[in-house]
Write a protein that binds this ligand. Structure first.
Ligand code: NAX
Length: 332
């Protein structure tokens, strides 16, 4: 039997945490033959609720779940973890300044970075979910210099999956037959969902989405805004933000990273930019990636037309500003 993998979930008493931990315990994230030990972190006001989640995990009697560490102690939570899913953060409340929210998250991610750096397993893979996800991941990277930068990522897979979903609905095809959409940039409303290289499996072979959907106005308009604004639409409908889809996409992100992407398929991940596609180096930016042997690689050589170029640059500009704001918080 395989040794258990230790998976940290921060913010585990929250909404996404509640949807995510049973998925991890069922093998959705790391595979049906991979035992896991869950490390659950939250803050003291949520300690009782966190203990309730632990009780339910015990009650569910998951065969793959070999242990649960539920704690409000960051060091205990981070010790020995192989995978860290960072869902905990400070939410933006009505009337709050952007800088105040940024400042709270910068201080959370700075201190959790140090705890991970000192106490996590040497090759820990980190996925930041909490918003502002790209910039939180960047802060985590800056304050955990001994964790390889390739190991620190943020979640844009939910946006990627939303784009697959919209194409599948529009064409009335199975979502599993659609692939290779791309989310470029920030996990925010400036993200660019790009279908220029996406394809659909049909009885007569793989066809470009562009050839199947002739309606350019929809592809360059409503499709993009629907994906960009989907989070807000879910809040409007549910009075709560996306949770099951966020949890499921976090599992997809880690599973593909660890176990690899299928041949001929790429996915979107927020990763440390090396300057590919003329995106400024030093941002955490969402790119198309393939994964193999536990490492992601940015897909190279895709054509970027003029319309797309503007969108890639716009979301990069926003991330550059967020980075500057985060650094100004560090100085205060
Ligand atoms: P909740 O407010 O339900 O849960 C957040 C949990 O984090 C709470 O239990 C809170 O006590 C805990 N927490 C706060 N500070 C902490 C700290 N310093 N250490 C550990 N835990 C801490 O929010 P939920 O709906 O679960 O969303 C969590 C985060 O995901 C939010 O930042 C949200 O904006 C973000 N999202 C990101 C998405 C993405 O695709 N990247 C999509 C979904 C979601 O909106």
């Amino acid at each position: 039997a395989k040794d258990p993998v230790r998976v940290l979930v921060t913010g585990a008493a929250g909404q996404i945490g509640y949807a995510l931990v049973p998925m991890v315990a069922r093998g959705v994230m790391l595979g049906p033959d991979q035992p896991v030990i869950l490390h659950l972190l939250d803050i003291p006001p949520a300690a009782e609720a966190l203990n309730g989640v632990k009780m339910e995990l015990v009650d569910a009697a998951f065969p793959l779940l070999k242990g649960v560490v539920a704690t409000t102690d960051v060091v205990e939570a981070c010790t020995g973890v192989n995978v860290a899913v960072m869902v905990g953060g400070f939410p933006r409340k009505e009337g709050m300044e952007r800088k105040d929210v940024m400042s709270k998250n910068v201080s959370i991610y700075k201190s959790q970075a140090s705890a991970l750096e000192k106490h996590a397993a040497a090759n820990v893979k980190v996925l930041v979910v909490a918003n502002p996800a790209n910039t939180n991941a960047l802060i985590l990277k800056e304050f955990a210099p001994s964790i390889p930068e390739k190991n620190i990522t943020c979640l844009t897979r939910l946006d990627h999956n939303r784009a697959l979903g919209q194409i599948s609905e529009r064409l009335n095809v199975q979502v599993s037959d659609v692939k290779n959409v791309i989310i470029w940039g920030n996990h925010s409303s400036t993200q660019y969902p790009d279908v220029n290289h996406a394809t659909v499996k049909t009885p007569s072979g793989e066809k470009p989405v562009r050839a199947l959907i002739a309606d350019d106005a929809w592809l360059q308009g409503e499709f993009i805004t629907t994906v960009q604004q989907r989070g807000a639409a879910i809040i409007k409908a549910r009075k709560l933000s996306s949770a099951l889809s966020a949890a499921s996409s976090a599992c997809d992100h880690i599973r593909d990273w660890v176990l690899g992407t299928p041949e001929g398929t790429w996915v979107s991940m927020g990763v440390y930019s090396d300057g590919s596609y003329n995106v400024p180096a030093g941002l955490i930016y969402s790119f198309p990636v393939t994964c193999r042997n536990g490492e992601w690689t940015i897909v190279q050589g895709l054509s970027v037309d003029e319309f797309s170029r503007k969108k890639l640059d716009l979301t990069a500009e926003e991330l550059t500003e967020e980075k500057a704001l985060a650094y100004s918080c560090l100085q205060d």
